[in-house]
Design a protein around this ligand. Structure first.
Ligand code: PMP
Length: 399
């Protein structure tokens, strides 16, 4: 009789199924040189640093001097850690200033920052305690986990399909008048690079008096007239009840946020357990995010990113690749998982880091490489990426 855990065996099973994950250290977030003990590394020998087309640091601000100085100033003047939950002694004027800026950017009354976007999703869904959630089938894992913890019932609707959402809502109406319903969607989907049709989703939700919560993790700072996200771009901010996102992608820091009405935020700071029982956001992260938000709203970085996106998308399509979506995330569909792995290795041998995304993350036969350009890639970097994809695609028999 044994009551332990066979962790070694479980790791072996992952290995056998090709699902073993590895950490992959680099010396900085800007670029990487291949490390001798890198378990994910290829075999080629080249002198140039690798170009990362795999980060969510979309605006390239994670090593920007202005953002670094803002983090440093916060660390020196306030401290390296908040030292306690915001509700105890961890609240600072910097947190409040960041929240004011986020609310201003999102067009809401107020905002609240969490220790991560993951914690924000789980905390908000759990605190709202909905009777039924309607969730896009491709929503992020932190939304899925929020539903597991916080929702009485989860109805999954077809990806970006408001008609399917409406049908599923209609099918449940009738004797459900007193139930609280929450519609949940990412705004930009990380693996498909597409955006949710928010206006039609709101139409369906409003017919049933349901709330809508949108996760703008990949869109904040990147999409919209001043980087306010897809909600801003589609002009629906007054129809979205909860706007949520992360400070860890375009905003180059760490942490999550929720933006919405004053009552929502007051409620969450009382009842969201991942806020109440977790240490306040570290001041350097708050300082960095605030400066990155200012730079993102100012626009130059965003424009550079979109120029890169266009050049890369056009070039990949001209080479004969199928590129999904209509955002700054460019998923190149390859098909079989082995072909995706071969292409990822072949582009990496040419100094380009772009990960293969395979089942179960994406459906079988739709394995892909996820390419994420950054605002800091210059034209030469984009062209090097295109050249690597063309040569590697030909070498792998995919073009
Ligand atoms: N939502 C989405 C859509 C995400 O992609 C992520 C991060 N991968 C998160 C939430 C979680 O954010 P964080 O990394 O700040 O925990």
């Amino acid at each position: 009789m044994t009551h332990g855990f066979s962790l070694g065996r479980r790791l072996e099973q992952r290995e056998e199924r090709g699902l073993r994950r590895h950490l992959n250290p680099a010396e900085s977030v800007a670029g990487r040189t291949r490390l001798a003990d890198d378990p994910g590394g290829g075999t080629a020998d080249f002198g140039e640093p690798e170009l990362v087309f795999a980060a969510n640091n979309y605006l390239g601000l994670a090593d920007d001097g202005r953002v670094q100085r803002a983090a440093e100033t916060a660390a020196r003047s306030i401290g390296t850690g908040a030292g306690a939950s915001r509700l105890v002694t961890g609240d600072t004027t910097l947190h409040r200033a960041l929240e004011r800026d986020l609310a201003d950017s999102k067009g809401t009354e107020r905002a609240l920052v969490f220790s991560s976007g993951y914690a924000a999703n789980v905390g908000v869904i759990d605190a709202l305690d909905p009777d039924v959630v309607f969730s896009d089938e491709l929503n992020h894992a932190s939304i899925v986990d929020g539903c597991r913890i916080g929702a009485d019932e989860t109805v999954v609707y077809d990806h970006c399909d408001p008609a399917d959402l409406a049908r599923r809502m209609d099918a449940r109406s009738g004797d459900a008048d007193s139930e609280s319903w929450l519609v949940l969607t990412d705004s930009v989907f990380s693996m498909d690079g597409d955006r949710a049709p928010l206006s039609d989703i709101c139409d369906a939700a409003e017919r049933h008096g349901a709330w809508v919560m949108v996760d703008e993790a990949h869109a904040t700072g990147v999409v919209g007239a001043d980087g306010g996200g897809v909600v801003q771009a589609q002009g629906v901010s007054d129809r979205i009840d909860v706007q949520l996102g992360t400070l860890s992608k375009a905003l180059a820091a760490q942490g999550g946020y929720v933006a919405g009405a004053e009552t929502l935020i007051e409620f969450l700071l009382n009842e969201a357990r991942t806020f109440v029982f977790s240490t306040g956001l570290a001041p350097p992260a708050a300082g960095a995010a605030r400066e990155a938000l200012r730079i993102a709203r100012e626009g130059t970085r965003r424009e550079r990113l979109w120029e890169n996106v266009e050049r890369l998308r056009d070039g990949l399509e001209a080479a004969g690749f199928e590129v999904l979506g209509d955002t700054h995330i460019l998923p190149v569909v390859v098909g079989h998982r082995d072909d995706a792995m071969a292409l990822a290795t072949a582009v990496r041998d040419r100094g380009i880091v772009a990960p293969a995304i395979r089942p179960p993350t994406v459906p079988a036969g739709r394995s892909r490489l996820r390419i994420a350009p950054m605002a800091t890639h210059d034209e030469a970097a984009i062209d090097r990426c295109l050249d690597a994809f063309e040569r590697a695609g030909t070498e792998c028999g995919l073009l």
